[in-house]
Design a protein around this ligand. Structure first.
Ligand SMILES: O=C(CO)COP(=O)(O)O
Length: 120
């Protein structure tokens, strides 16, 4: 099963911590992690295998949105920073919309992500 992880800059440390906390379960359940570029790099540095797309502002969110639409990506964990502006906000909205269109679980904060991962 493929899961996407994405974090805005102000939330990347939290994402690394979250994935570290759950890495045994993710391995045990044979989860393939995909990610936007910079988030993926940080998670990789923590010793976790990730397939990296482009960086978010360069189209990474859009690539993940396409995988959601194609039925390849089955869950999205996206730690958004609601206190910052992002030049690629339209891509972010597109990704969230396509999760709703295709009924793909989407967590936009750690509390919800905990619930989703506990359901794997
Ligand atoms: O901008 C992002 C999500 O919208 C995240 O992209 P990066 O992981 O490349 O920073």
């Amino acid at each position: 099963m493929e899961i996407a992880i994405i974090a805005h800059d102000g939330k990347k440390a939290e994402m690394v911590q979250f994935i570290n906390q759950h890495k045994e379960k993710l391995q045990e359940k044979k989860i393939d992690i995909i990610s936007t570029g910079t988030t993926g790099g940080k998670v990789e540095n923590a010793g976790i295998k990730v397939t990296k797309m482009l960086s978010g502002p360069l189209g990474g969110d859009a690539q993940i949105a396409a995988r959601v639409a194609e039925g390849k990506c089955k869950m999205v964990i996206f730690f958004r920073d609601p206190l910052e502006k992002h030049p690629h906000e339209p891509d972010v909205i597109m990704l969230m919309r396509l999760c709703d269109v295709h009924d793909v679980p989407l967590a936009t904060n750690p509390a919800t992500a905990e619930l989703l991962v506990s359901a794997l």
